[in-house]
Design a protein. Structure first.
Length: 118
C-alpha cells in the first residue's frame, strides 16, 4: 500500500521558514523514477494548485507565486522529498499535499495545514 506521509506543517509567523517533508513507502518501481510534487489548496472551494515539482534526476519546476522563496529537493536514498519554504506570506496559508507521479501512477498523501499568521 502506497503511503506518502507529510510532516512539518503548522502555525508559522509571516516571514518564517518551515520545511515540509514527505516520505514515500510501498510504491511500485524505484522512487527515483517518480516526479515528486507539492501542491496546495487554500480553501475547500479553491482549486488545488501546483507549488513545486522535481523530476527523478533533480530538475525543479515552481509556480510563479513561490519562485525565489520556496525550494524543492529530494533524497532518493530516503524516498523523501522536501519543500523549504522561506519568507512566508499569509497568502501561503493552505493545506499542502505531496504527490508522486510515474506514467499513469499518481499517488497523493494526506494534506498538512500550513497557517501563516501572527
Amino acid at each position: 500500500q502506497v503511503q506518502l506521509v507529510v510532516s512539518g506543517g503548522g502555525l508559522v509567523q509571516p516571514g518564517g521558514s518551515p520545511r515540509l517533508s514527505c516520505v514515500a513507502s510501498g510504491i511500485t518501481f524505484s522512487f527515483k523514477l517518480y516526479t515528486m510534487g507539492w501542491y496546495r489548496q487554500a480553501a475547500i472551494d479553491k482549486p488545488r494548485e501546483m507549488v513545486a515539482e522535481i523530476t527523478g534526476d533533480g530538475s525543479p519546476n515552481y509556480a510563479d507565486s513561490v519562485k525565489g522563496r520556496f525550494a524543492i529537493s529530494r533524497d532518493n536514498a530516503k524516498s523523501t522529498v522536501y519543500l523549504q519554504m522561506n519568507s512566508l506570506k499569509p497568502e501561503d496559508t493552505a493545506v499542502y499535499y505531496c504527490n508522486a507521479k510515474y506514467g499513469r501512477l499518481d499517488y497523493w498523501g494526506k494534506g498538512s495545514l500550513v497557517t501563516v499568521s501572527s
